[in-house]
Write a protein of this length. Sequence first.
Length: 308
Amino acid sequence: MSSPNLSTSLDQGAPPSATDVKPATGGGALRHKLPGSLAWHLGSLLILAVILYPVIWVVGGSFKRSENIVGSLDLFPGDPVVDNYKSLADGIADISISTFFFNSLFLAVGSVIGILVSCSLTAYAFARIRFAGRNLLFTLMIGTLLLPYHVLLIPQYVLFRNMEMINTYTPLLLGKYLATEAFFVFLMVQFMRNMPKELDEAARLDGCGHFRIYWSIVLPLSRPALITSAIFTFINSWNDFMGPLIYLNEPDKYTVSLGLKMFVDQEGLANYGGMIAMSLVALLPVLAFFLAFQRYLIDGMATSGLKG
């Protein structure tokens, strides 16, 4: 038998059990991180307030009378009115507001179809087909991104005028069907280059030609890049002001962007209330289109080689 002294000494020297160890609360570390986290959140809220201020001002301005908008510091009026929205139903200069929206929608949808068809075909040729001068042509195409839009505006206008296409939608849509948007071609090329070459080889063994490979294999797998291009094209076409201003002359062919200009009369007096109300209404189609396909936008940008 062991003596009591030896047993006591062994008990005193024994290491503490797991149940005797108290977990560290980490209160010091938490107190250290709290000021930095609080400052970060306050800074983010401040930046968010600065970004959202114009949006909030526009929303509040749509419920103000025109004479109370300019020079007013109040975000929201004390006595809100809905006359600005009611006046949209009456149209502008005997032209219904729906006419402007239909024209913009026609151009936007037509532009999306043209970009998806022409740019995807061009991208397939650059990404999946080997031909003489491919790299040179691709470099020249990318070089067109360096040309400002205003440099090409006058030559294009003279060309379309000589072809008697002014005051039609053809100048605004023709380039979309000829793969002149180098950015979207580049976006799709980078996406298609990441596809395995074995897919093409297996399809050729089954007797598929280039068009069948493009339509049945490459195009379905390129859905993120296609939807990304569609979103950008729709937004750019819907918000385009310079193109319709140059090529359209009759008010019944105006788009939403040109319809907003009609709120300013010949004497320089502007119906700011109606203009702001129509601006908010014009944002709804773009916002709905973006929210419906935003997850594809992230996928397309992340997998198309634009990240670095």
